[in-house]
Design a protein around this ligand. Sequence first.
Ligand code: TIU
Length: 222
Amino acid sequence: MARIAGALPFAFDFDPAATALIVIDMQRDFVEPGGFGAALGNDVTPLQAIVPATARLIGAARAAGLPVIHTRECHRPDLSDCPPAKLNRGAPSLRIGDPGPMGRILIAGERGAEIVPELAPAPGETVIDKPGKGAFHATPLSQVLQDLGTRSLIFAGVTTEVCVQTTMREANDRGFECLLAEDATESYFPAFKAATLEMIRAQGAIVGWTATVDQIAEVLGG
Ligand code: TIU
């Protein structure tokens, strides 16, 4: 067993042999101008800032032999997996499926749906395409984790309060011990990130733990 003593709200104990890193939606569509995040009216700059820390965390996980799982929020070109409740929500400048500067917004295979090159999946790493905010909904993630024998999950990615928190809650309900890397996750709304970190670890880690990339990497040996 390994221990991140400085994790919040208290020490996080995990078996590295039964732990995976899951990197949520570090795609051009959320991190670069001209994508889905920008179309929703957001400044994407803060999300770009976590790329180096996230790369460091991925490197530490790989060096320690942890499986690295990447997710991408995207839809089939015919939008058959995008319910009207998602497609028609709000008043974005470009809707899912519309042509944008990085191809069709949030569509599998388009440039915008790609993971940013600094965090590109290594050969053999699992990439989960997901139509929802949570990575367990309508995906093979449960089976992937069962096949790996995973019991603990380390989370990174964007955005903290939408796809990361949703997936972390889904995982927590499925019995996984969940730790979020504080400086390898970001929101378009600083107050939402801060609130999410607090609510995850409140009430005795009701959703899970948080720790910094430094704290995680030190224990992983990176
Ligand atoms: N809008 C927003 O904050 N997030 C998303 O739509 N998707 C993810 O968080 N990946």
